[in-house]
Design a protein around this ligand. Sequence first.
Ligand code: NAD
Length: 419
Amino acid sequence: MAAAKSAVTAFDMARQNFTTAAEALDLDPNIREMIGYPERCLIVHIPVRLDDGTIKRFEGFRVQFNTARGPAKGGIRYHPGVTLDEVKALACWMTWKCAIVNIPYGGGKGGVTCNPKELSLREIEHVTRRYTSGISPIIGPEIDIPAPDVYTTPQIMAWIMDTYSMTKGYPVLGVVTGKPLSLGGSLGRNEATGRGVFYTIQSTCDLLNIKLRGARIAVQGFGNAGSVAAHLLDSAKNYVVAVSDSRGAIHNAHGLDIPKLILHKEKTGTVLGFQAAEEISTEELLGMECDVLVLAALENAVTKQNASSLRAKIVAEAANGPTTPEADAILNGKGTFIIPDILCNAGGVTVSYFEWVQNEQHMFWNEEDVYSRLEKVMKLSFRDVLKVSQDKKVPMRIAATMLGVGRVAEATRLRGLYP
Ligand code: NAD
């Protein structure tokens, strides 16, 4: 996707954020050296026999960025644009994210460079099982716990759990989160990221005195995170006036019928062709005058080329790394309130943590428990980040990174993990 067009790589962006936060914290250079780079990067080769009988080799990655606060934790992405650089960046953001929401995890991430849209279900299963067997020496409930990310599903998590369990000889539920409910998944995991995005938007609207009821919303990326956030915003009587996916964007000034749009997307695979909506360009969606723009697609959606055209009062980063550092500076200059990714989308990993806790306890919570605990964590984390932002007079992204980096640095110091 857009990542390829930018000379700045995702890991450059992650490093830049880290350096800014480390400077603001006046972090000891020894600690910077310890926590600013991945602890471990594994590249695996995944040969798979395709349905036509030929063998295709895919490449897979697992990066454990930091484990000072606990086992590595992070999703697995299946996408043609996956590279080691991208996985390193995502693993780095996971590290600060887990520390911001104060759960006892480090950060990791994984990915396979493939296009799941061009693979059959059988081929995806084989890619998954071979990838899992490649990374199985470094994963486990106490070591590194994968989860879903872009184009990976609960079914894929079930295959990961099964493949790993076969090597142990007994079922290991806690090796992966985002599993189906019948295999130890948690109620509420599927909508956790979008729900967390919704809670941080609520907190921001309270802060800025914007009435959430009646607010106008645009959503880039109508997948898991984007469609759930849109649904909750719609249920809170907002007007979701525009949404997009990888094929294009649609608009209705009176508000789109989100429950019907979700069914339409399930049936046709795209938001295009939806009744009572006009097609617009994806750039028009980004530049739409609205209260909240939810970025829920992939990295580098807002760059220095298009940042000045954004007119939203609030940008909610449901996706990881959707705003480049140059775009960030432009938006901050315009007074746009950015809810940074490492805070905004942390609901997913928070409920993944709840799932892992339930698996380890062999006891399951009801939906209400999951949602009320999630709301508490998200709103408390928002307040913690806001406090750093106000005390240190820095934008929310730097404040969030400072909070996350500061907590990881403290754990590293206390453990004495450096000479
Ligand atoms: P998904 O695959 O369910 O959805 C992604 C959506 O983005 C799809 O609808 C796709 O069509 C759309 N898209 C892709 N390119 C686009 C483009 N150029 N313009 C507009 N739309 C585009 O993935 P997801 O799980 O919703 O993840 C989306 C983002 O949220 C990713 O950055 C991911 O890392 C982040 N995230 C997801 C979770 C989670 O639990 N699902 C947790 C944290 C962060």
